[in-house]
Design a protein around this ligand. Structure first.
Ligand code: NAP
Length: 270
């Protein structure tokens, strides 16, 4: 039995069990993916105990940074992003990686329309997710990347780490005039949060808008983008694609996102 799961606090809202247990059944593995709500103060002790019985974990808020110090090894992607979302446990050793960048990049590559990756991208937000998104945009080959965030110090820190351009939050709309892709990585627009205020009139006609928030699937930002005839990319693809390399690392098979899984996710989000 190959046991895996997600660790976070809280974690009950996670869609990862639905995704991974679907693949465990589909590919016929003897396994189970569970949820483990672990308070920050218990992280070290609980992870040590669990690591004797588990092949790996996904890591979610608030442990993505803290867990780094509990890893025996860390790959280049996790080091560059400065956060771990996947642990692979082998003979008691904990290896940390980050598949969010892969998930975001695949979601852009598989968009129903072509996103101009030779252009400029503007990222809104400078939290944990923004670092994975900027890593992905650089991997995709974007020529220029700009970042704007409410708290300027965080904008500047990410801009320095990744060699991208820092934009003041109040200038975020002006900064959209020459972009081919706008990405919201703030938590604004999520169910229960205020919508993101962003006037899309400035964006060039061929630009695309991606919101990594996936609850709701179509945020106010994406509805506005649709009304303006811009290409729209929801955040659920990032979540589904980031799960694939994690599953492959634990179970040895790179899984597909098939129609049945899409339907189950749509039902869960409805
Ligand atoms: P986080 O680290 O808490 O960062 C939150 C970001 O939102 C910060 O940049 C913060 O700005 C900004 N923000 C919050 N309230 C704001 C407001 N009133 N005005 C302007 N900016 C505001 O969160 P995260 O981990 O980066 O996640 C962000 C979102 O991405 C969440 O909704 C999460 O569910 C989603 N996400 C999706 C995926 C996926 O697979 N699709 C993966 C990861 C995350 P300050 O720095 O100024 O506070």
């Amino acid at each position: 039995m190959i046991r895996t799961g997600v660790i976070g606090y809280p974690v009950q809202h996670s869609l990862s069990p639905l995704i991974h247990n679907y693949w465990i059944d589909k590919y016929g593995f003897d396994g189970h993916y569970g949820t483990h709500e672990i308070a920050p103060s218990d992280l070290s002790d609980t992870l040590k105990k669990l690591s004797t019985e588990y092949a790996g974990f996904n890591v979610t808020i608030p442990h993505k940074q803290r867990v780094i110090e509990l890893c025996d090894t860390l790959d280049d992607t996790a080091q560059k992003i400065g956060a771990v979302n996947t642990l692979v446990i082998d003979s008691g050793k904990i290896h940390g990686t980050n598949t969010d960048s892969f998930g975001f990049a695949e979601n852009i590559r598989q968009a129903e329309f072509r996103v101009d990756i030779n252009g400029t991208a503007l990222v809104l937000g400078a939290g944990g997710a923004a670092r994975g998104v900027i890593h992905a945009l650089q991997t995709l080959g974007f020529q220029k990347i700009k970042i704007a965030n409410r708290t300027l110090e965080k904008t500047q820190a990410i801009a320095k780490d990744f060699g991208v351009e820092a934009i003041e939050w109040k200038k975020r709309e002006q900064a959209g005039a020459d972009i081919s892709l706008l990405v919201n990585t703030t938590s604004l627009g999520m169910t229960g949060q205020l919508p993101l205020e962003y006037d899309l009139h400035n964006l060039p006609p061929g630009a695309a808008v991606c919101d990594i928030v996936y609850k709701p699937l179509y945020t106010v930002l994406l509805h506005e983008a649709q009304k303006r005839g811009l290409g729209v990319i929801t955040g659920i693809g990032m979540l589904l694609h980031q799960a694939r390399p994690a599953f492959a690392a634990w179970y040895g098979t790179m899984p597909d996102i098939d129609e049945n899984l899409q339907r189950k996710i749509d039902e869960a989000l409805a």
